[in-house]
Design a protein around this ligand. Structure first.
Ligand SMILES: [Zn+2]
Ligand SMILES: [Zn+2]
Length: 209
């Protein structure tokens, strides 16, 4: 499995394309903006988009999902608990100074244990609530790769002051679902630089007072 990650939109959300060039198979994670760049990549590598996975329902991660789905026919997966986030999309758009995006309920809810296939590899959804109620992380054990959305950042955690956020819950999600992973697991957060589970166990200030 190969991965292309680049920041999109005004909040620089990390969008990832997970793909298997031999199998012409791709999954896009968090297409928050910049659909032209995403579709150009798919075309250049002759990839067929199998599915679109959204780590949580905030505008900067979900904004392009519906449109990309319409353009490609690929289904959109996110946790149904984040349907609540769609209700205040207009307000999120006003804050970010962008047009209100077209959003829709998930074609399939991505819940704990949901499998995400990319070529020969199978990823697993981990439900990691706290930033929002439906926040998920996506684990590909064979690649030692975790896409953590806005749950875990390099030396930080996602904010919990927005609707559906809860600090005790996000700390528990990280401690119970993410920190037990192998320490060399590469973590691609929703924003900013990559890190590893080992680095965060050792250095993350939220767990090392
Ligand atoms: Zn967020
Ligand atoms: Zn974000």
């Amino acid at each position: 499995m190969q991965r292309e990650t680049f920041p999109v939109g005004p909040l620089q959300c990390n969008c990832s394309i997970l793909y298997d060039e031999a199998a012409h198979d791709a999954t896009v994670v968090d297409p928050g903006a910049d659909l032209a760049r995403i579709t150009a990549f798919l075309t250049a590598h002759t990839l067929k988009l199998r599915q679109i996975v959204v780590t949580h329902g905030h505008l900067d991660h979900i904004a392009g999902a519906k449109l990309l789905s319409e353009q490609t026919g690929a289904p959109v997966l996110y946790h149904q608990a984040d349907l609540a986030q769609l209700a205040w999309m207009e307000q999120q758009a006003a804050w970010m100074g962008v047009p209100t995006p077209k959003v829709a309920p998930p074609d399939e809810s991505a819940e704990e244990g949901t499998k995400i296939v990319v070529g020969t590899q199978t990823g697993t959804v981990l439900h990691t609530p706290g930033h929002t109620e439906g926040s998920i992380s996506l684990l590909f054990p064979e690649s030692n790769l975790l896409l953590a959305g806005d749950t875990l950042f390099r030396s930080g955690i996602g904010r919990t002051d927005l609707p559906g956020g809860d600090t005790a819950t996000i700390l528990r999600s990280i401690r119970e679902k993410l920190f037990p992973l192998p320490e060399n697991t590469e973590v691609i957060p929703g924003h900013g630089r990559a890190t590893t589970i080992g680095h965060e166990i050792e250095r993350n200030p939220f767990f090392n007072e």
